[in-house]
Design a protein. Structure first.
Length: 184
């Protein structure tokens, strides 16, 4: 796997084999602390080997360069952000993979505002809504449906889950709807 620029792991993914290349590369299992930063602190022995200094759930590996590895333990877990109950939703694209709202508002209109943050071409966001009552959607114009998958007009209601999956197209400056599945 090769990732250019900055690669960030959340939730304590661990490099188990491979090499961080370049003149400051370190082979997995070896200990280096001169260039790896975890939450702004220089790493200590054990961040890349099996000793007791394992990263915590809040640490991130920031490396400006290419990252090559053959396996990771812990995986890359989605960032689920709970959106406050209300009649509008604003998703922060910098911290959200899945935006979840449990909506207990009376039947009415749910406004989906533009996604905030620094957006990346190909970035994906899932919106998961559980609404007690049917909500009519008022979509910001940054959201777009297609001839195959149109933006939904209303939620299911009845405390059922509705899912909508979007991908960001930076050329069009739109969050394009790829999938929707309602009524879980």
């Amino acid at each position: 796997m090769s990732v250019a620029s900055q690669f960030s792991f959340g939730n304590a993914a661990v490099l188990t084999s491979g090499t961080l290349p370049g003149n400051r590369g370190v082979t997995a299992g070896n200990t280096e602390s001169s260039f790896i930063e975890f939450n702004g602190n220089v790493s200590t022995a054990g961040q890349f080997d099996s000793s007791s200094t394992a990263p915590t759930a809040n640490t991130r590996l920031n490396y400006n360069g290419d990252l090559y590895a053959t396996s990771f333990i812990g995986g890359n877990k989605p960032r689920v952000v709970v959106i406050t109950n209300g009649n509008s939703v604003t998703i922060n694209g910098d911290i959200t993979d899945i935006a979840a709202q449990t909506n207990t508002q009376t039947a009415g209109t749910l406004t989906i505002n533009a996604v905030t943050g620094t957006l990346s071409d190909g970035q994906k966001i899932i919106f998961r809504l559980q609404s007690a009552n049917t909500q009519s959607f008022n979509w910001n114009n940054v959201f777009a449906g297609s001839t195959d998958v149109t933006l939904p007009a209303t939620s299911t209601g009845s405390n059922k889950y509705d899912y909508m999956g979007f991908i960001y197209n930076s050329t069009a400056s739109k969050w394009q709807l790829l999938a929707k599945n309602f009524g879980f």
